[in-house]
Write a protein that binds this ligand. Sequence first.
Ligand code: SF4
Ligand code: SF4
Length: 94
Amino acid sequence: MPTYDRKGECNRCGDCCKPRFFHVDEEARSFYLENGLPENGQCQFLVSIDGIWTCTIHDRRPPFCAAFPWHPDQMEGLDRCSYVFEVVEEGQPR
Ligand code: SF4
Ligand code: SF4
């Protein structure tokens, strides 16, 4: 099974906090259901301030939010995400 190394930085496009992110995994799904997912499916803690998407609970956001994306499969459809994944060959330093 390949190991991946994530490169890049978040550009705050906000797309991973929108409906698609809700389907990332069961932990994320539970978080949203417990916190009351709004009708538009977008995280209720995501707001646009002066045109920049901002998490209003950034310092206490759930661990899967802080770690996202942690696997290249999660990048599907997130065309604006600025992270990229590189395959790490066995025995190659990370
Ligand atoms: S809690 Fe913050 S980082 Fe997590 S999905 Fe909501 S807005 Fe995004
Ligand atoms: S999709 Fe990627 S670049 Fe956009 S807010 Fe999420 S982690 Fe950041």
